[in-house]
Every structure is written in C-alpha cells, then in structure tokens.
Design a protein around this ligand. Structure first.
Ligand code: ZN
Ligand code: ZN
Length: 218
C-alpha cells in the first residue's frame, strides 16, 4: 500500500523560513523540517497543530545549519524531547558555536548540539515515511535535500525562480552547480518544497528558473 505523507507548511520567522511538519498518515509519526521560529507564539501555533492532529513527533531535521532554519530546535527539543538530525558538515553550526552565530544575527534562541549526523545516501524513517538524504552543498557545506517518492525538500539550495546564496562563509559556487545538476536529474513531476518561498516542481524550475536552466549545459 502506498504511504501517504501529509505535509503542512508554516512560514516562520523574520526571513519567512518554510518550516514543514511531515507525518505518516498511517502511524501519525512526524518530523519537523527546519523549525525556524525563535519566538514562542510561532512555536505554539505549530505545537498546537501537532497536538490537534494527534501527531507523534519523532525528530527534527535541519536542511542546513543556518540560524533561520535551526533557531527553533531548542524549543522543539524542550517540549518533545526528540533528536536533531543534520548533515555532518553543518553539525558544527549547532551547539555552542552556533549559539554565537545565532546571537550575532539577532535570533532569540539557538540549537542544542546535533544527535544524528547525516551523510549522502542515508535514509531518515518515521512511521512508514522514508526520506533519502542527498548531500547538496553549495549554499552551505552541509546542505542536504530530502527525497520522498514524489517530492524533494531542497532547503536553501533550490527555490522557485532562483537558487540559494553562494557568497556566505561555507558557500561554494562550484559545489552549488554540482548540487543543482543532481537535483536536475530528478523526475520533472517531483514537487519541490524549498526553504523559502512558494512550492514548485522540478519540471517548472527547468522551464522557468534561469539559474537552474543553466546547469548541466557545460
Ligand atoms: Zn541558509
Ligand atoms: Zn534560509
């Protein structure tokens, strides 16, 4: 039987980060991708959604280590006592070092250290949902995209109409091109759930995203 994955989007924080609450429709097992809320009223709305739908939160996944995607980790962990997963290369951005960065950027809260360090090809399971980890560095060293069977969560790598910044510490324009090439190999019907902005598809981005179109031509 096909597993349906329920996906709820909450744009959160000053940078309108897309926080996704994803759950298995059969077991209610749930993951939060990128809890970028650093004030309690925003967190409360999402926690309420989890309670109201009898969801069972199993873990937090960060697509990468930037504070607009990780600043709510602590609020989630304090309430639900769940582990945090992030790619090896961005794990150092959490914990004590991350605290300095988050304060520097004016965020109210920060993240505890990572519990699970992800690598390319790993699978993250909750209930019957399986997300495959694809390492897509470029925006940050440890950026990942998470692949479902008909969808991909791209963090700050691929957006509708544009791509993530590559002028930050830890960014690499060369890696970004390789990562976009990997994403361009996905089936066109794949729904793209980016880290900011509207939801799109791989096919739509191949048609209309000038940064995505230009990859794979050299
Ligand atoms: Zn970012
Ligand atoms: Zn971001």
């Amino acid at each position: 039987m096909a597993v349906a994955m329920l996906i709820q989007l909450f744009p959160v924080g000053r940078l309108l980060t897309n926080c996704y609450v994803i759950s298995c429709d059969q077991t209610r097992a749930t993951a939060i991708i990128d809890p970028g809320f650093d004030v309690f009223p925003e967190a409360a709305k999402i926690f309420q959604f989890i309670d109201n739908n009898n969801l069972v939160l199993k873990l937090v996944i960060n697509t990468h280590g930037h504070p607009d995607h990780t600043c709510g980790n602590r609020l989630v962990v304090e309430k639900f006592h769940v582990p945090i997963s992030i790619h090896y290369d961005d794990a150092p951005l959490l914990g004590r070092f991350g605290e300095r960065i988050t304060r520097l950027f004016g965020f109210q809260t920060s993240s505890p250290p990572a519990n699970h360090r992800l690598q390319d090809g790993d699978v993250v399971r909750f209930g019957r949902v399986i997300l495959k980890v694809m390492h897509t560095p470029g925006h940050s060293r440890g950026s990942v995209s998470l692949l479902g069977s008909n969808e991909v969560f791209t963090g700050d790598t691929l957006f509708s109409g544009f791509i993530g910044r590559t002028d930050l510490p830890g960014s690499s324009g060369q890696d970004m091109v390789l990562s976009l090439n990997k994403l361009a190999m996905l089936p066109e019907h794949f729904v793209v759930y980016p880290g900011h902005g509207p939801i799109t598809t791989i096919g739509q981005e191949k048609k209309a995203n000038p940064f995505f179109q230009s990859v794979g031509r050299s």
